[in-house]
Design a protein around this ligand. Structure first.
Ligand code: GTP
Ligand code: MG
Length: 197
């Protein structure tokens, strides 16, 4: 699946201009700077497909990528970044919420959490929104390379334990690194399994 060509095809800043529902879809959500765009690039093997930045708030719309005509991959704007204006944050919130509710093609949201920092309050709030929207989601730890190898398994276990508060979440957590490629095969398998269901 991921050997296929992946192309950007739409950017939506409001729910009125979301592309029509045609193919199964997965989405990447999480706090600003957590590594959403980097993970999309690592999974598709394209270094510059989704724009990555040191400055949080880089991705400002729902960006849609078409993977070989089989799957849409959606890179979402990050949340929890104070330097983005309150108006913008509210607009993104509305956009994401209405996207989640109306998107029958959405197979799973991958909710990215920095492996060094774990869940923040805003992540719990986002998961509660997913619970309410009945969106299926799975937590992915990012920047695993920045955690000592000896601590990685414990981070995964702690994160899975913390998910008990969110029974709608998929119970298994994947630790990834877009820098080293760790966890990328597992991510691809996870997506392939969704499509095979
Ligand atoms: P927004 O679009 O602003 O919400 O950010 P994002 O979640 O898309 O993050 P992005 O992929 O732009 O990455 C943010 C920063 O984290 C960049 O400086 C990346 O190089 C860095 N980064 C992303 N993934 C990894 C990783 O696996 N390991 C390390 N060490 N750094 C990473
Ligand atoms: Mg981004």
């Amino acid at each position: 699946l991921f050997a296929r060509e992946c192309l950007f095809f739409a950017g939506a800043t409001s729910v009125e201009i979301l592309p029509p529902i045609t193919r199964p879809e997965i989405a990447f959500a999480g706090r600003s700077n957590v590594g959403k765009s980097s993970l999309v690039n690592a999974m598709t093997g394209r270094k510059t497909l989704a724009r990555v930045s040191h400055t949080p708030g880089r991705t400002q719309q729902l960006n849609f990528f078409d993977l070989g005509g089989h799957l849409n991959i959606v890179d979402m704007p990050g949340y929890g970044y104070a330097a983005v204006s309150k108006t913008k944050i509210a607009e993104w919130g509305v956009l994401i919420e209405s996207y989640l509710r109306g998107r029958t093609s959405l197979q799973r949201v991958y909710l990215l959490v920095d492996a060094r920092h774990g869940f923040k309050e805003v992540d719990h709030a986002q998961m509660t929104a997913f619970d309410r929207a009945a969106a299926s989601y799975q937590v992915v730890l990012t920047k695993g390379d920045a955690v000592k190898a000896a601590d990685r398994a414990a981070r995964v276990a702690e994160t899975e334990a913390a998910l008990a508060k969110h029974p709608a979440a998929y119970p298994q957590v994947i630790l990834t690194s877009s820098e080293t490629g760790a966890g990328i095969p597992e991510m691809r398998e996870s997506v392939a399994r969704l499509l095979a269901e």
